[in-house]
Write a protein that binds this ligand. Structure first.
Ligand SMILES: O=C(O)CCC(=O)C(=O)O
Ligand SMILES: [Fe+2]
Length: 371
């Protein structure tokens, strides 16, 4: 197999340039600058790069090597593929996704194979491929650190932007009890190369929001991720930065902040020509809000109190329910409804200000994302 974690730089990798935010320093000067940069990135770029977050490159490469062994080492048995297959209609991505669609394995070929770990997959060896057993301690340590340390620091920064106490989002919003990532999940993915012109070759994952609080995506050398730049109204490539973390903000944070933190609109497309023959590995953690938390804005934030709720995006849709005095769902209900059909390709498309958007309806709430 060609090495999918080489340090090959694609042409597109040079098209954008962002610094990276270091979250380890406690020096007040650094913290102040970090806060300013974070505010800027949220408003202008719609996503963040983190560097210097405490994971050495060798440890990161080791996780990619484990992911590659799992998804390209021919080590998941046919029996396991069947028994552990993702049951997306239940609103969960847990388990093995074959290279055909996200449903019950009967969609068309999309060349994307993955394995998603929720708490039960961490607790019970029968719910994960046997071949992983020798590596489980490392896997557990790595993703626990990502969730309980990196994500916690990140939430501290976001709490400060909201002018709330440092641990506010961690204590009141983030689900963090339970094995590794609590109600969230992490995933190893391999995107196989597709022939030019093959169905689905140009759009590997259409434009979408992640649903939870934050997503920690490790930057990879195969350039395929694009983020919607709301200011410029266009897709932009996310540049490869070795060892960096690309942070997407999820829908939960968009709604909880009353539209102040817009969910990152992103998609995965065909890489530039010189990388199209290479498989692309991706490792990511999707952090989630507490399932029992109502999907409505945080009233405690001085920033939100001062500047008001911004009736935009998904929050704008929830505001209609709230204004009509209707009950809003809790996070568990909302995300199960969102996940049951997510990733399956936009069923309906509409044009908003000249841009093609997907329209998805969940519990009477409409979600629009550029495709
Ligand atoms: O593979 C990537 O870079 C991003 C994938 C993604 O957006 C997702 O799985 O939600
Ligand atoms: Fe995503």
């Amino acid at each position: 197999m060609p090495n999918c974690y080489s340090h090959h730089q694609g042409q597109a990798a040079m098209r954008t340039s962002y610094g990276g935010l270091s979250i380890l320093s406690d020096d007040p000067k650094d913290v102040e600058k970090l806060l300013e940069d974070t505010k800027y990135a949220i408003k202008n770029d719609g996503f963040l790069y983190l560097t210097n977050y405490g994971i050495p490159l060798e440890k990161l490469h080791r996780q990619f090597a484990i992911a590659q062994y799992l998804l390209d080492g021919n080590v998941i048995t046919e029996e396991e593929k069947k028994r552990l297959e993702i049951q997306q209609h239940t609103g969960s991505y847990a388990g093995y996704k074959p290279m055909k669609g996200w449903g019950a394995g009967n969609g068309s070929y999309d060349g994307i194979e993955n394995f998603t770990f929720y708490s039960p997959q961490m607790e019970n060896p029968d719910l994960r491929p046997r071949a992983l057993e020798p590596f489980m301690d490392e896997v557990k340590d790595f993703w626990t650190y990502a969730h309980d340390n990196v994500n916690r620091r990140l939430l501290k920064l976001l709490s400060r932007v909201l002018e709330l106490p440092d641990d506010y989002l961690w204590e009141n919003v983030q689900s963090h009890d339970g094995e590794v990532c609590a109600e969230g999940y992490f995933r190893f993915v391999c995107y196989r190369p597709m022939e030019e012109g093959q169905e689905g070759a140009s759009m590997r994952i259409h434009g979408h929001h992640d649903i939870g609080t934050t997503t920690l995506l490790f930057s990879v050398p195969i350039t395929a991720l694009q983020v919607w730049n709301t200011k410029a109204d266009k897709w932009q490539w996310v540049k490869y930065k070795p060892g960096a973390l690309v942070i997407n903000l999820g829908e939960s944070l968009e709604i909880l902040t009353g539209g102040h933190f817009l969910a990152t609109k992103h998609r995965v497309v065909a890489p530039p020509k010189d990388q199209q023959h290479l498989p692309r590995l991706s490792c990511a953690m999707f952090c989630s809000a507490r399932g029992d938390l109502k999907v409505s804005p945080l009233q405690d934030s001085p920033l939100i109190q001062r500047e008001g709720l911004l009736k935009k995006g998904v929050y704008g849709e929830f505001a209609k329910l709230l204004d009509a005095g209707l009950d809003v769902p809790d996070h568990d209900t909302w995300r199960k409804a969102r996940r049951a059909y997510a990733q399956q390709g936009p069923a309906k498309q509409v044009t908003i200000k000249g841009v093609r958007h997907s329209e998805e309806v969940f519990n009477d709430i409409k979600v629009y994302v550029p495709v």
